[in-house]
Design a protein around this ligand. Structure first.
Ligand SMILES: Cc1cc2nc3c(=O)[nH]c(=O)nc-3n(C[C@H](O)[C@H](O)[C@H](O)COP(=O)(O)OP(=O)(O)OC[C@H]3O[C@@H](n4cnc5c(N)ncnc54)[C@H](O)[C@@H]3O)c2cc1C
Length: 462
């Protein structure tokens, strides 16, 4: 296998994957998931990706596409062996046309680079998943990644005009394009978005960008209770306001993070100790637009929310606030040594009920829980804290997960909001969809991948 793949991409671009190789894992490794690739291939062009897929398909070898490896559900982990096809060398931006608001990066360009390049040219790329330095635009499309700004600007798929993709048995194909409107055929591009490497290997992405907003202002609203917090989220929507971000942090999470809050040092309005003692919920909002629009939205948000709030903070340093927000994962993990976090969605009008019942489920299993997420979308990272050396706590966390997914389905939500299904949630679609819809899903998989070799253990049935 190695010598044949070496002929396609060069020997220095075919790696072995010993047990400790990072290519056998992704960011779900905290949950112990580890695969074993027979080879890791690093093609240098889209044509080479096609040759690798063609070789694997001809030899019945599974192919696992890999982006930055920041996925949280094990989608890039070669659980069934086979070849890991890493897109990391496809790092060229093939087109950038600021006047037409367009960019065409190859799949391996990092999310941060896409964001930065857009900004430098007066444009804006909305998706902002939390591991942007490492994640790749191809991985973002493959997971249809979101992030805080998805509330106003949509998830990654909303920005994709077209894809260059290698389809089985190894053919480089374009779907979509720069046409402003196109209803000529079935929306194959959208089937590939969020397909997690199960339908094809994305090699380049046509992105439609927006002019950068002139101004943005962040606000943090501290409330006494979860019920007040969820009511505030509903009130923002009912008032017709469109913040670019409306994230939440629940009381438990806040208690773990309050000391590090950037406004805590000497800030009277957002004093850390007082907040830790009193706040049961915090909303992190951002408004943007022209200067006048951002100011008008800010005033409207304050009028709506300040009355019921314990405190409202308008941080001068928004970067510090986002660093604090991005620190949640690490801080929460550190409290007991590990956490099990599930990315789920409740319909926004049932967010309070979902959060309350999740807390009850965790408590019944003897585990401390917390939650944070993109409240305006009802997207919750429902988390239990565990001691990683305790088998019984890990078992209890699994049991909490089972009940949580049942609850999500009961309330009309989704078992996956933005992190994909990967290996960890494979087969859960059956819980959420009707048998006929699941059957259609499987038929689509077979139409794209008749041999079932493209990321075979991801997303689909157990
Ligand atoms: C600290 C942290 C914070 C995060 N915050 C967010 C967040 O706010 N929102 C969010 O949505 N996600 C978040 N994530 C999850 C993760 O960053 C996203 O899912 C991201 O889109 C994965 O991109 P990646 O390039 O790392 O893909 P990988 O992890 O390498 O792969 C993910 C899946 O996509 C497939 N894939 C990758 N590249 C391709 C390709 N070129 N063609 C076909 N299939 C491919 C893989 O096979 C796999 O199934 C976070 C992760 C971390 C570690």
């Amino acid at each position: 296998m190695h010598s044949e793949l070496s002929r396609l991409v060069g020997a220095e671009h075919v790696l072995r994957a010993p047990v400790e190789s990072p290519y056998n894992r992704d960011s779900s490794r905290r949950r112990g998931l580890e695969g074993r690739a027979e080879a890791v291939v690093l093609p240098g062009s889209a044509e080479q990706v096609a040759e690798v897929v063609r070789w694997c398909y001809a030899h019945d070898v599974p192919i696992v596409a890999r982006g930055g490896g920041t996925g949280l559900t094990g989608g890039a982990v070669p659980t069934g062996g086979g070849v890991v096809c890493s897109l990391e060398r496809l790092r060229r931006v093939r087109e950038l046309d600021p006047a037409l608001w367009r960019m065409l990066p190859e799949a391996g360009v990092s999310t941060r680079h896409v964001q930065r390049l857009a900004r430098e040219n007066g444009l804006f790329f909305g998706p902002d998943p939390g591991a942007a330095e490492q994640s790749q635009i191809g991985g973002n499309v493959a997971t249809n990644a979101g992030g805080p700004h998805a509330l106003k600007y949509g998830v990654t798929g909303a920005w994709v005009a077209g894809l260059e993709v290698v389809l089985a048995p190894g053919e480089l194909v374009e779907v979509g394009g720069w046409a402003g409107k196109d209803v000529a055929g079935y929306d194959i591009k959208s089937l590939l978005i969020g397909s997690e490497g199960t339908l094809g290997v994305i090699t380049a992405v046509r992105l439609r960008l927006l002019p950068a907003p002139e101004a943005a202002q962040a606000l943090v609203v501290f409330l006494r209770t979860r019920a007040e917090g969820c009511a505030a989220i509903a009130a923002v929507r009912a008032a017709g306001l469109r913040p670019s971000v409306l994230d939440f942090v629940d009381g438990e999470t806040l208690a773990m993070l309050a000391d590090a809050y950037p406004g805590a040092r000497g800030g009277e309005r957002a004093d850390g100790a007082r907040l830790r003692a009193q706040a049961g919920f915090a909303l992190i909002a951002e408004v943007d637009g022209t200067r006048a629009e951002a100011q008008a939205q800010r005033r409207a948000l304050l009028e709506l929310l300040a009355g019921a709030a314990l405190a409202v903070d308008e941080p001068a340093d928004a970067q510090a606030l986002w660093r604090w927000r991005d620190g949640i994962n690490g801080v929460v993990t550190g409290v007991r040594g590990a956490k099990v976090s599930e990315d789920v969605v409740f319909p926004v009008e049932r967010l309070a009920e979902g959060l309350e019942r999740f807390e009850q489920i965790a408590a019944r299993h003897g585990l401390r829980s917390c939650a944070w997420g993109h409240g305006g979308d009802g997207n919750v990272h429902a988390t239990v804290l565990v001691d990683p050396s305790s088998e019984s706590e890990l078992d209890a966390a699994e049991a909490v997960g089972e009940e949580l997914f049942a609850l999500v389905v009961e309330l009309g939500g989704s078992v996956a909001g933005e992190h994909g299904m990967g290996w960890l949630k494979r087969g859960r679609l059956q819980q959420q969809w009707s048998p006929r819809a699941v059957q259609l899903h499987e038929q689509i998989k077979r139409a794209f991948d008749p041999k079932g070799l493209l990321n075979p253990e991801t997303k689909l049935a157990r």
